[in-house]
Design a protein around this ligand. Structure first.
Ligand code: GDG
Length: 497
């Protein structure tokens, strides 16, 4: 019980590597992503702790030390590794979280799979996370819980440790009541979230949806709303809201609703973008392209990312515009995080079949319209592709935020390039200067990519300048500052209670 800040995130904050028969802890080789940002919060507290799971054959005798002290460039912090069996992980993560929650969060009712859910196991795992967090937190500490697979942690933790401040951040969308309430465990989940001091979301729409869900299930006594900052209003786009809730009161308890979009580490990307080897790689890609235009698409293999729909659009565009054949190439990077899951294997198959069909229909000996990449591209190389691409084509059907589009913009130090962005990515509310498209409409999808390919230089540069301003202003540090301000407000409220 020694930490002022306890981060509860399902993944461990480092890589465990075996060297000369010994396990050593190494910083994650790729510093992009959310883990390094979360760790950087340990720099501003006396002592921090991280709670994650670790695979064990026998949870009562896991064969590893449960709590270890890690020293890395972020300081010294404890990591509490919760032993879980492979079966528990599959059940709590791959089944309950990914087959039941994930489709509902993203609005895919038809993919929701209720039958295999073992709710008792989900509760047990979440309770164990809460116990591990309670064991690490100092009196009055902040416990910061991440994402829907840990939805029940705040409820358990509040009972164990009424003294701590609990903040919960959602990385996914949060749907409105008529979608969320498909989940039969809705009351238990929302009751747990209402035990938090702070509930966090990327954009105002998700915050509003959460409040609408809470109101559908409980008496909410007070809702404080403010006008949305102009920076988060992309006129007429699907996810834009005019007002946003900042506080609600339930059972005389005030819950702060914190809305702040996760951004990217712009300085890190700029550092990579400025390296001479990146410039060489970018030039080599451009040379390989000749006078053809490069369209780049990057995302995890997931039905929410709309990969196959995008390939279909590319096929239609080539069919209707013979002049583009041989003059444009699509590099489609679709990396699978969960190959073992049937739903993802099916998406991968569809992507491969669609790309194969289009390549067969239009390809020639010296021109292949689609290059499909199914393995992760090293981040430094990805930056070179971002720099070389005439267009980044990012068209998820639903996406909490989407960081790829922000990485593309951050990497465009030359001020050129066009971003085509789905209006169903949270990022769209900040990035109205992109070519915004509706991935549910063939016409909108096809027109958007044609507009991007034909966009005059002046307009490209004007839009990119606006986008770069936003991505810089709302980078990962701005998100961190917003979270810190929310923690401070929660601390102040406590001292006045
Ligand atoms: C969840 C929410 C929200 C992808 N391919 C490669 C590669 N990536 C990296 C990207 C980017 C990250 O993966 C993907 O981030 P996203 O934000 O786009 O998507 P999710 O994984 O779905 O993340 C999302 C996010 O949480 C944060 O809150 O934005 O909405 O779903 O950083 O660069 N990286 C490398 N090679 C690849 O081939 N190195």
């Amino acid at each position: 019980m020694s930490s002022d800040l306890v981060i509860v995130y399902h993944r461990q904050p480092y890589e465990e590597v075996e060297e000369n028969g010994k396990i050593v802890f190494k910083e994650n080789s790729s510093p992009n992503g959310i883990v390094p940002t979360l760790k950087s919060f340990f720099g501003s507290v006396d002592h921090g702790a991280w709670v994650a799971w670790k695979l064990a054959e026998d949870v009562n005798d896991p064969g590893f030390e449960q709590v270890v002290e890690i020293s890395d460039s972020y300081g010294t912090y404890s990591v509490s590794r919760l032993p879980l069996t492979a079966e528990q992980v599959t059940d709590f993560y791959h089944v309950t979280s990914k087959e039941a929650f994930w489709p509902i969060l993203h609005g895919f009712r038809e993919r929701y799979n209720y039958d295999p859910v073992d709710w008792k196991n989900f509760r047990d795992v979440n309770r164990a996370f809460a116990e591990a967090a309670a064991a690490e937190a100092k009196i009055g500490a902040v416990v910061w819980v991440h994402d829907y697979n840990l939805w029940l942690v705040p409820g358990y933790l509040r009972k164990m440790r009424p003294d701590v401040r609990i903040s919960f951040f959602h990385h996914t969308p949060f749907p409105a009541a008529d979608m969320f309430n498909v989940l039969p465990w809705r009351k238990e989940i929302v009751e747990s979230l209402l035990a938090c001091d702070i509930v966090g979301f990327h954009i105002p729409r998700y915050a509003s949806n959460f409040v609408s869900v809470a109101r559908s299930l409980f008496d909410v006594e007070e809702i404080v709303r403010v006008r949305v900052d102009d920076d988060f209003i992309a006129e007429g786009t699907a996810l834009t809201e005019r007002t946003v809730p900042t506080h609600i009161t339930h059972n005389d308890q005030r819950v702060q609703i914190c809305t702040a979009p996760v951004g990217v580490d712009v300085n890190y990307i700029l550092g990579k973008a400025d390296l001479p080897e990146t410039a060489e790689q970018t030039a080599a890609i451009r040379e390989e392209m000749g006078d053809a235009q490069l369209i780049l698409s990057v995302g995890r293999t997931d039905y929410t990312k709309g990969g196959a729909d995008q390939l279909e659009s590319f096929g239609r565009v080539l069919e209707a515009n013979p002049q583009l054949r041989g003059k444009v190439r699509l590099m489609h990077v679709s990396v699978s995080a969960n190959r073992s899951m049937a739903a993802y294997a099916e998406v991968q198959d569809t992507i491969e079949q669609t790309a194969g069909r289009i390549n067969g229909r239009f390809g020639t000996f010296d021109w292949t319209p689609i290059t499909l990449i199914s393995r992760a591209v090293p981040f430094a190389e990805l930056i070179a592709y971002y720099q070389a691409a005439d267009v980044a084509w990012i068209t998820p059907l639903a996406d909490g935020m989407n960081l790829v589009c922000k990485e593309y913009v951050a990497a465009r130090t030359d001020g050129d390039g066009v971003l085509v962005l789905s209006e169903f990515a949270g990022a769209a509310v900040e990035m109205g200067a992109a070519v915004i498209t509706n991935p549910y409409s063939f016409r909108s999808m096809d027109n958007a990519i044609l507009t991007a390919l034909a966009m005059p230089k002046d307009e490209r540069r004007k839009r990119m300048a606006l986008l770069r301003k936003v991505v810089q202003k709302y980078d990962i540090r701005a998100w961190g500052d917003a979270q810190e301000a929310a923690f401070n407000e929660a601390m102040k409220e406590r001292s006045t209670v």
